[in-house]
Design a protein around this ligand. Sequence first.
Ligand code: NI
Length: 176
Amino acid sequence: MAKLEIVLEGDPRLRQKATRVKHVDDSLRRIAADMHETMDAAPGVGLAGPQIGLMRRIVVVHVPKDEEEDQEEVRLTLIDPEIVKAHGKVYGQEGCLSIPRWVGDVPRAETVTVKAIDLDSKHIRLKASGFLARVIQHEVDHLDGILFVDRVEDRSTLFEVTEEELSKDEYATIAE
Ligand code: NI
């Protein structure tokens, strides 16, 4: 496994549409493992192919357990993910590993149903709500060249976290 370099805002690859994978092979499985390692080390809760310069439709997600929010720990690799259903609208704070230190309020669907294939090329379908639904929508956006700052409706909610706040680690849990 290897930690990969994360592509930062300004790089044109973050603005391109990634292409479908269709067939999962060992090389993609190795990249997926590297993506999980890179996301965990960052640390972050999600990472999409274009963020490591890979223009394929693959995302990894790791949402930690949160008892207050009734959220179980979830770790996912989604290939060719498609959001097939979306309900509701909720605002929540997001950050992005490709736009370090910036956070803002982003509206997202409250629940989504996502179709994808897994690392064994098996078709999967899952329903997500709350923070997990938010992370999945953020990552799928990356595959279409969309960044969370594009979705911020009220620009006054967008701000740069100070080094001191960053060291408290409270914003590490929303970088994706
Ligand atoms: Ni991001």
